[in-house]
Design a binder for this molecule. Sequence first.
Ligand code: ZN
Length: 172
Amino acid sequence: MTVKKILTEPDPLLRQVSTPVENVGEEERKLMDDMLETMYAAPGIGLAAIQIGIPKRIIVMDISRDENKKEPMYFINPIIKNKNLEKNKYEEGCLSVPNQFAEIERPNRCEVEYLDYDGKKKTLKADGLLATCIQHEMDHLEGILFIDYLSKLKKSMIIKKLSKSKLSRIVV
Ligand code: ZN
């Protein structure tokens, strides 16, 4: 496994729409291993392939945040089937937008269909941090960053306000 360089804003590659994976084979599994290693080293709790410059619809995540009990998750070609109307707010950060945090509102629950590490079709019902994290990562597949949800003015105001916030910070 290799730790890769994480691209940061304003790298134009981060704005590229990633393409679906046709076959989950050795190459894809090696990429996921490298992505996981890169994510743990950063450290972060989620990483999309495009963040290391590969425009494929692949995401790795581990929201356990426990060194001794790693719980890696792999999502290939994820599709959101259902989104809850109720919203949830987290103070989000991003490995590709270093040292920037903002409170972002997203549906608090979603159902995701995807292929796992072995290429098997799976469905996951996510809520809380998991739901936020997967939606943040899926935005990367469309070339969207969390700062895109903010106006320039709002962004600076929220960042100022959040410097005193007690909301838990997550980096995905
Ligand atoms: Zn991110």
